[in-house]
Design a protein around this ligand. Structure first.
Ligand code: ATP
Length: 231
């Protein structure tokens, strides 16, 4: 089986995540995609909802897609989550399957700052996905890829929709153009904190969860906004 591994903070999960996972599944012939919300991310610490909330929201978001599921292997760990350890665990859980780690261009470029990047890039295949605000041409700066600039330019111009290259041993890196969805979790958190609507940026059940649990300051601000005009 070909298994997509989609790690992220998912703080919160949104339609950008869901759409790129769905397009990756079809384009790369993945049999299933495992969403893995991080536990205690070493690099992102500000404004992070508790792992149990991010796990619950991701579960709500994927429940209608039979190809998607959520694993709590990082969330339930009390140690810091490092992707390289997660991949070791996944190879144990799914021996003989081919793992494809999904990530946006921005996240792939950040790999040198992750724990043991040298090991990480030898552990899995990668699916590197287009993201609004990022260019494939920026991958020239990656120490792990040597792809002709002409190919990267064609990907950015969308005259080429995907390109596969090898990384180390026999692992593949697939660069894939997906439908641009300019949504970020940061923007959603900002809107929520300002008491503004986050509707249609993420699944309705995730929106309700955020308001019910008062994540990202959503309920307090909303209440103030409503009562503010009555004084
Ligand atoms: P934040 O705004 O908090 O940094 P995020 O929206 O980037 O969050 P993450 O959970 O950090 O979401 O992202 C997980 C993965 O999904 C990363 O590899 C990121 O590049 C990718 N990703 C997130 N949103 C999009 C999007 N709209 N289009 C393409 N890739 C995305």
């Amino acid at each position: 089986m070909n298994i997509g591994i989609f790690g992220g903070t998912f703080n919160p999960v949104h339609f950008g995540h869901l759409r790129i996972a769905e397009e990756s599944r079809q384009a790369a012939g993945l049999d299933r995609i495992l969403f893995i919300p991080s536990g205690n991310p070493p690099l992102k610490t500000e404004g992070i909802a508790a792992a149990r909330h991010r796990f619950a929201m991701t579960r709500l978001a994927v429940k209608d897609n039979p190809f998607f599921s959520v694993l709590d292997i990082e969330c339930r760990s009390r140690r810091r989550s490092y992707t390289v350890h997660t991949l070791d665990k996944l190879h144990e859980l799914y021996p003989g399957d081919r793992l494809f780690f999904l990530l946006g261009i921005d996240a792939f470029l950040d790999i040198p700052n992750w724990y043991r990047p040298d090991l990480l890039v030898r552990r899995t295949n990668f699916l590197v996905l287009s993201r609004p605000g990022c260019r494939f041409a920026d991958l020239c700066a990656s120490p792990y890829l040597t792809i002709p600039k002409s190919i990267l330019r064609r990907l950015d111009a969308k005259t080429l929709m995907s390109h596969t290259t090898l990384l180390g041993g026999d692992h593949a890196v697939i660069l894939l153009n997906v439908t641009p969805v300019a949504i970020s979790a940061t923007a959603i958190r900002t809107l929520a904190a300002q008491g503004k609507s986050i509707k249609y940026l993420l699944p309705a059940e995730v929106e309700s969860y955020i308001i019910f649990e008062n994540l990202y300051g959503s309920r307090k601000r909303r209440h103030r906004a409503v009562t503010g005009g009555c004084r």
